[in-house]
Design a protein around this ligand. Structure first.
Ligand code: ACM
Ligand code: ZN
Length: 770
């Protein structure tokens, strides 16, 4: 697939030429991502040949110079050489330091005879190198750089990408690749999630059991990965860790590439792996055997009453700080349950002696105490937004993940904030739901929604906005057991992230960004990166207009041919070419795919449309559906399209109320033979089957007659992870104008689940009347 796609994408890029010709070489559109602040093109061309020399004028630029020469040589097969030199020496590419530029800013000037890259810091120079590498073009067998002048600097200081190596472990080579990918696109922060319930991943010499025991689990776990064929379970213990020597090597590798690694050591929660090895750090009065036995449950916390806990964490930090020179140290702080602390004598004693109001303030005490320790070592603490609860530590920075509220609260309190809201910046959520694809279910985190995300919330004043120091995307790896899947979820969305992190808001333009994408997909193909195919995938959108469905087809990547069928057959190169939206009135299966040069580029997208007696009819709700999970809006429940198991974002209407209740008006007395409705459970997302489903029919919308009532006693069992059930009333032989569906949550989320005691979600789609 890779080679084939390389050629196709190359052709695609050629189609998009701007057409400026100079010295008989054909210039392509310049496609730098992230888009530079200022760029003026001229007609000059600098040839890349065996005479090209990269000259650097300061020892601190040696790495960037060698990196540039290596990359140019690899790309063009020319022998580009490097030398340290002076401005007057011979050469064609000059890397210089210029004290007038802002930190991280750079300028790049290319004319017929030379390229000059200047910045006030090695990081700025490295970014100039990255821009230059995205300018390499070829014409025939000649390689060249187009003439231009760029002046550029980043919008945000924190341009981050996170990776969870606890749920699944990725070795040194993979981490270096990850750093390569970040640095190619001017991201400067790698947030390395090194510890969690499923495994501790960093050698700490003082606590050898962390790597002897806490780094391992009995088997790989996450059985849904095996069920989907994404991973095999070989029955062997699963795990791994980085030695301190490896960490040093990775930190140096990242430093060379201007990437700061921010390590995360989770506290007070997500500590099951640690407590398995060091059970004395857990609270008193617990069944430690059970905790050890169920070592991967995510409900364990360090005891906040024991001094041993803080001794342990300070010693761990001492070693962490010697390995990582980063200004910020991440201490987690997320999702800490309070039930262990509630029953622990020592934690309760701590609450009394420290005059704390409750367990939330105990969490705040915990984080503040660690902050004091880190500040004493001249480091800053950053944590997930739960560290706001119970009072923020005096100097802490906040990483806003549960939406943007935490970031807003932090900035308003004049604390630094990094914005990383789950929508759209959790890249572990797949962009679209292809069958058996890795990652959490889609929440529509696509290249488009990522691109359109604005990191500075409107709620902030200009002064407060300065506390938003940056933006970051995260990859949690529960459902990402292999490296190739990391790549497919990272790219191409990393390109959107890069541009929102670097490019000033007024220069952002999604249409222009789309046009620059093919160049980068071609580049990733050449590197063998398994990027996600989602931008090739055809989105089939349906819109009800006067009771008729209008079908429109699109892809995120431009320039593709879309072909489709409406009879359920697979689209081929001879199927109908899509030109404009078309109507759909009868039950049909629409299938569509994208093609370039006659070659299939996507998986087949398919939509079943069912025309039934309620399609397009008005629906009234007792409780409103959630705005984020609106299933397509007012007609989403009766639009003839079915929600499916793999996706919570599409078609399903979500409710967090004790009942979901909807009445559809069929507009006239109608013979009704069957009524059915689909309900999703996806318990990882707190979506459960309702306990009871009732269908009723009425002539007047006031007096309803029940035709179906089913209770589901086993709807809260742990074995159900993801499924769709369709309660169906058949052979009804009744008449009526109104149909009411009621789904009832009688019981809260049970105690085996992280959401214990809370109201579960009800997700419903499609209400079918026939
Ligand atoms: C998080 O996703 N628990 C920070
Ligand atoms: Zn305790």
């Amino acid at each position: 697939m890779n080679n084939r796609k390389t050629n196709v994408l190359f052709t695609l890029a050629l189609w998009m030429l701007l057409g400026a010709c100079s010295q008989s070489m054909v210039r392509e559109k310049i496609s730098i991502i992230p888009k530079p602040d200022h760029m003026i093109e001229n007609k000059d061309l600098l040839k890349i040949n065996d005479q090209m020399q990269v000259v650097y004028l300061d020892e601190s630029l040696a790495f960037a110079a060698n990196y540039l020469a290596d990359q140019l040589s690899a790309r063009t097969k020319m022998n580009v050489v490097v030398q340290e030199g002076t401005t007057t020496g011979a050469g064609t590419v000059f890397l210089t330091l210029d004290s007038t530029e802002a930190k991280e800013a750079y300028s790049l000037i290319i004319n017929n005879t030379k390229a000059t890259l200047s910045a006030s810091t090695p990081s700025g120079t490295f970014y100039a190198v990255q821009s230059l590498l995205q300018l390499v073009q070829s014409s025939g067998d000649q390689f060249f750089l187009p003439g231009l002048e760029i002046k550029d600097e980043p919008r945000f200081a924190w341009r981050g990408m996170h990776l969870d190596v606890s749920r699944h472990f990725f070795g040194v080579d993979k981490i270096k690749k990850y750093i390569d990918y970040l640095s190619m696109y001017k991201l400067n922060t790698f947030h390395w999630h090194l510890t969690d319930d499923h495994g501790w991943r960093i050698e700490i010499k003082k606590y050898p059991l962390l790597t002897e025991q806490a780094a391992w689990r009995e088997s790989v776990g996450f059985p849904s990965n095996q069920a989907k064929g994404l991973d095999e379970d070989d029955g062997k213990p699963y795990g791994g860790f980085y030695t301190q020597e490896e960490v040093k090597e990775i930190v140096k590798y990242a430093q060379d590439r201007q990437v700061t690694i921010v390590p995360e050591i989770e506290m007070p929660a997500h500590t099951s792996a640690v407590l398995k090895a060091y059970p004395d750090l857990a609270c008193e009065g617990l069944d430690m055997e059970k905790i050890v036995r169920e070592g991967t449950l995510s409900r364990n916390v360090f005891c906040a009453g024991k001094e041993e806990t803080f001794d342990f964490l300070e010693h761990v930090m001492d070693e962490v700080l010697t390995l990582f020179p980063s200004e910020y140290i991440h201490v987690g702080g997320d999702e800490a349950p309070k039930d262990h602390w509630e029953v622990c004598n020592l934690c309760q004693k701590r609450i009394k002696t420290e005059q704390l109001a409750d367990e939330h303030e105990l969490q705040s005490y915990f984080i503040t105490r660690m902050e004091k320790y880190l500040n004493g070592k001249e480091r800053k603490l950053i944590g997930w937004d739960e560290i706001l609860e119970g009072g923020l530590a005096p100097n802490a920075a906040v990483m806003s993940w549960r939406g943007v509220a935490g970031g807003i609260a932090a900035a308003k309190a004049h604390h630094e904030a990094v914005m990383t809201p789950g929508f759209p910046l959790y890249f572990n959520h797949r962009p679209i739901d292809l069958k058996n694809s890795p990652g959490h279910s889609s929440t529509n985190n696509t290249i488009t929604t990522v691109y359109n995300y604005e990191p500075v919330p409107e709620e902030l004043s200009e002064e407060e906005a300065k506390y938003v120091i940056g933006v970051q995307a995260n990859i949690w790896t529960e459902y990402i057991p292999k490296w190739e899947y990391v790549e497919s979820l990272l790219f191409p969305r990393l390109l959107s992230l890069s541009e929102i992190a670097w490019t000033s808001a007024d220069r952002k333009d999604f249409e222009d960004f789309r046009q620059r994408l093919p160049y980068h997909l071609d580049r990733l193909d050449q590197m063998g990166v398994n990027y996600g195919k989602d931008p090739f995938q055809v989105a089939i959108a349906m819109q009800l207009k006067k009771g008729q469905q209008q079908v429109s087809l699109s892809t995120e990547l431009p320039g593709l041919q879309i072909r489709y069928t409406t009879d359920g057959t697979e689209p081929t190169i001879s199927s109908t070419l899509y030109k404009e939206p078309f109507g759909c009135t009868k039950t049909s299966t629409i299938k569509a795919a994208s093609f370039v040069n006659g070659r299939l580029m996507s998986e087949i997208s398919s939509v079943d449309y069912l025309s039934h007696k309620a399609t397009g009819k008005r629906v009234a709700y007792e409780n409103e559906f959630n705005a984020k999970y609106d299933g397509g809006g007012d007609f989403g429940l009766v639009d003839g399209r079915f929600g499916f198991e793999e996706s919570i974002s599409f078609a399903w209407q979500g409710f967090v109320s004790p009942t979901m209740e909807a009445i559809v008006d069929l507009e006239e007395i109608t013979a009704i033979n069957s009524i059915s409705a689909g309900f999703l459970s996806d318990q990882r997302q707190w979506i459960f089957q309702p306990d009871q489903v009732i269908f009723e029919v009425s002539d007047d919308g006031e007096n309803f007659k029940e035709v179906f009532d089913r209770k589901y006693s086993d709807s809260r069992t742990e074995s159900v992870i993801q499924e769709v059930v369709r309660p169906t009333a058949d052979d009804l032989k009744v008449q009526g104008r109104y149909v009411r569906v009621r789904a009832i949550n009688h019981t809260p989320i049970p105690d085996w689940h992280a959401g214990v005691g809370k109201m579960p979600w009800i997700f419903v789609d499609e209400l079918v009347v026939e």
